[in-house]
Design a protein around this ligand. Structure first.
Ligand code: TYD
Ligand code: MG
Length: 460
């Protein structure tokens, strides 16, 4: 008989080690290795290899598909993030910080689907039935025919699912609380989470139901324990937001059946999540138009333009090494923009503290924000407010050249729709539609922008 192979799995990153060590080689965390038997568990493969295989039926590509491959949840922003609705037979991981609103979002989607005649089963591993009911009442969904169970054992859940009418959607809230009797480790460990996910994903593939797994996120932004689950599921969505603001962003990180850069925007209110169809209005809502150091960036999230204010504060430093603090943007990118301003534009910031903030708690990932950041920095340093009806976008290279970015047209259209009259952008932004009524200030070099900003007589 083959010797059972024991592995030591890091509970933080999932790296497998052949022997125990105090520190994980993969992520450098201490005391995270736990002994596990990789062949045990649901879907872990048979303990002993069966020498005689079982024949499986081979089918043709053009067979009958009984049902539409997708169904819409009825929550538009969620459908947008999933790429047009839930795909039947797929497994989705919804990650997010505790308390961000994952259960609320899924309860709202469940209720909307159930009211439309879909069979929806909601398995709560964290909250008791009474708590889930209380939330549903608060959301005005108390009467929706969602089938509810509070259970954490995967075998019991699968038996229940098979015994009832075939569901369209199964919610498992959360995967960290699930456990299967075939694995000895405690719930929440990598082995348990992996085995439980495998069993639930297999159920989805076999029956054509969509399974949504809820996963908690650790401090450093990873789904706790199992990065492995991210590889197993068809789509990974993250629900983000910060404590100071009520809006939440649903971001698609992985999607086997659709685009990965879409976002859904919601606002958390007293009675649930409200969809935000026009996020720019939300992010620009608290704008202070006359103050120096604020520039409006015309960004893109997936296919949707999002306008957001970038605020900079440049102040004489009292410290030997000046402070650089960034909220909502990349720190390294700020250093690069500062270096280009120093080296190519004669803007001296070496003895200044620099603070940069993206308004509304929003987070920008595009390099296209470089130009808006540079404008905000120069405006703050010079103490001159930027024209209130202007937007900025463009990538800055190390040589000080401003480069065009994708979707220039969509950005301009959104800005025009929101009443902006001019845009500062790179030369050569490709326009595919009619000329816009906006004034376009095309810049080739960053120093041209700086010159325009600081010379009051130059018309911007
Ligand atoms: P919840 O969905 O339980 O978060 P998660 O499942 O991600 O842990 O959301 C909990 C938070 O949302 C809690 O702080 C209260 C708030 N909330 C509202 O503001 N309005 C509401 O209608 C609901 C149901 C929750
Ligand atoms: Mg929850």
């Amino acid at each position: 008989m083959a010797r059972t192979k024991i592995q030591f799995i890091c509970q933080n990153c999932g790296t497998a080690h052949s022997r125990w060590a105090g520190k994980c080689d993969g992520c450098g965390e201490w005391n995270t290795l736990i002994e596990e038997n990789p062949t045990a568990g649901v879907g872990g493969g048979p303990g002993r290899i069966n020498p005689v295989g079982r024949e499986v039926a081979l089918v043709s590509l053009d067979g009958e598909i009984e049902e539409a491959p997708r169904f819409k949840s009825g929550v538009d922003e969620l459908d947008r993030a999933t790429g047009g609705g839930f795909v039947r037979g797929s497994a989705i991981l919804l990650g997010g910080d505790p308390g961000i609103g994952k259960s609320t979002l899924l309860m709202q989607a469940s209720a909307a689907l159930a009211k439309n005649g879909h069979v929806v089963i909601y398995i709560s591993g964290e909250e008791a039935i009474a708590q889930v009911r209380l939330r549903a009442k608060r959301l005005g969904a108390g009467s929706a025919p969602v089938l509810l169970a509070a259970e954490t054992n995967v075998e019991d859940i699968l038996a229940t699912l098979k015994a009832n009418e075939k569901p369209s959607l199964v919610i498992v809230d959360s995967i960290q609380t699930m456990w299967t009797g075939t694995v000895e480790s405690a719930p929440g460990t990598v082995a348990q989470v992996r085995s439980s996910s495998q069993a639930l994903i297999r159920y989805a593939k076999q029956t054509g139901a969509t399974v949504v797994l809820v996963g908690h996120v650790t401090k450093d932004g990873q789904i706790a324990g199992p990065r492995v689950v991210e590889h197993m599921v068809d789509a990974v969505l993250y629900f983000e937001g910060d404590g100071a603001h009520d809006f939440r962003i649903l971001r698609t990180v992985k999607n086997r059946f659709g685009p990965t850069d879409e976002i859904g925007v919601f606002e958390m209110t007293g009675d649930g999540l409200q969809e935000v169809a026009n996020p720019s209005e939300l992010f620009l809502g608290e704008r202070n138009k006359a103050s120096p150091g604020a520039a409006v960036f015309a960004g893109i999230e997936g296919t949707r333009p999002v306008l957001v204010e970038i605020q900079a504060l440049v102040a004489q430093s009292t410290l030997g090494t000046p402070r650089r603090a960034v909220v909502g943007w990349d720190n390294a990118r700020l250093s690069m923009v500062l270096a280009v301003l120093e080296a190519h534009c004669g803007v001296r910031l070496g003895s200044h503290d620099v603070y940069l903030n993206v308004a509304g708690g929003y987070r920008i990932r595009e390099p296209a924000a470089d130009l808006a950041v540079a404008a905000a920095l120069v405006s703050s340093l010079a103490g001159l407010a930027l024209p209130e009806n202007s937007v900025y976008f463009g990538e800055i290279s190390l040589s000080g050249t401003v480069r065009p970015v994708a979707h220039g047209d969509a950005r301009l259209k959104e800005a025009e729709k929101l009443g902006f009259g001019q845009a500062t952008l790179a030369k050569g932004v490709r326009r595919t539609t009619r000329e816009s009524a906006m004034t376009l200030n095309e810049v080739n070099q960053l120093r041209e922008l700086v010159a325009r900003l600081v010379e009051p007589n130059v018309k911007q």
